[in-house]
Design a binder for this molecule. Structure first.
Ligand code: RB5
Length: 154
């Protein structure tokens, strides 16, 4: 997958209450980059359950060719665990631009999971820049990624 083409890439985004502030700022940032974005909630800092939002994002990514997802919770752990339960999803919990680069180049990650209590917005912006500018390397990594999905049959 390659998310460098703004016209062809839809970004689904979601968070729980802990990730709400980061989701809002990230939506604004991604819009400024002229990507198409669909915000699947939550809509406030009122406590909610992170799986509800991670599942929504993961399902939309799964059914939309060329799409990717970004999910936030406090640590990024809950949303990444949840998103990875959806067949076809490769969610990567990242805390550095290097994590993101490798998640795209080697794992062809299609969902980026971030911790709003872990990363600052400046760090998040750098990770998002790498996410959108780094294509999958393919080659031997394609075979490895396919082996992941043999587990769930897709
Ligand atoms: C909410 O307090 C917190 O548990 C949640 O945002 C997340 O960090 C879970 O993994």
């Amino acid at each position: 997958m390659d998310y460098t083409n703004r016209q062809n890439t839809i970004v689904f985004i979601g968070s729980d209450h802990a990730g709400f502030w980061a989701k809002q700022k990230t939506c604004d940032y991604i819009r400024s980059l002229e990507y198409q974005i669909e915000d699947l909630g939550t809509d406030s800092e009122k406590p909610v359950d992170y799986p509800d939002y991670a599942i929504k994002v993961a399902q939309r990514v799964r059914e939309t060719p060329g799409a990717c997802g970004i999910v936030f919770c406090g640590t990024g752990i809950g949303v990444s665990i949840t998103a990875n339960k959806v067949p076809g999803i490769r969610a990567a919990l990242c805390t550095s631009p290097y994590h993101v680069e490798m998640a795209r180049r080697h794992n062809d990650a299609n969902v980026l999971a971030l911790g709003a209590r872990i990363s600052t917005f400046e760090e998040i912006k750098k990770m998002i820049d790498v996410w959108f500018s780094t294509p999958f390397d393919g080659g031997r990594h394609q075979r490895r990624v396919e082996k992941i999905h043999l587990l769930t049959g897709c």
